[in-house]
Design a protein around this ligand. Sequence first.
Ligand code: 48F
Length: 251
Amino acid sequence: MMKEVEISRAIAEAYFNDLLESLSLDVAIVGAGPSGMVAGYYLAKNGVKTAIFEKKLSIGGGIWGGAMGFNKIVVQEVAKEVLDEFGIAYRPFGDGLYVADAIETATTLASKAIKAGVKVFNMVEVEDLVVKDGRVSGIVINWTPVMMTDLHVDPLTVEARFVIDSTGHGAQISGHLLKRGLIKKIPGEGPMWVEQGERLTVEHTKEIFPGLYATGMAANALAGAPRMGPIFGGMFLSGRKAALEILKRLG
Ligand code: 48F
């Protein structure tokens, strides 16, 4: 029946079912940028209970604008197989480079991750971590508007066997460990050097503290590696690497 309150009931019930179901996760991913969505896809596809928490209204992080708002992205040879896995169209360009549409990339990564079983909670900011006995064991969440307006409202908590910091350049989640002295430093990204930046981002995708992995630009910032601009292969491979390592750990 098209009654106003029935529409409200449908939304509230469906949303809170998802939230209740996601209070206890195998993996909580913070940030729905390329590395977070790729990680989520590979985890969920392999039967791991995974949710992504994104503080903005929209998923996609730094994908949408390509470079300078020109909405194309570049992917290098080694990461082409991730585009193939997701079925994202591309066009070869020069020696070992491929150009894909930024809008198709953002929407397809999200669609495939969700269809693989990832729950995405947008407009939810992760404001802290749960740390018990020297191990990250969950995240602390609040509504983005609460955080923006600085209202004094207590958060909720989600427990997770692993948390992934996929928050991009700011490495916000790892920052919560830094301010408690639980990790020593976050050097931040260095000036542009594409090859090194891409290589080091993947190399430094790892468990940075018991229970906490970092991917993408967060891994890059934690390593003090160079920035690389609108080439996305490193982001994809970083997300996949974290997912495969966590899959191994979960058995
Ligand atoms: O920055 P972002 O796209 O992360 P990424 O996977 O990819 C980086 C590239 O987009 C690009 C690049 C390519 O070479 O350099 O920058 O490392 O996405 C990070 C997402 O995390 C969200 C943020 O809104 C964005 O969508 N985010 C950040 N902090 C929080 C958060 C938080 N505390 N809680 C929830 N979401």
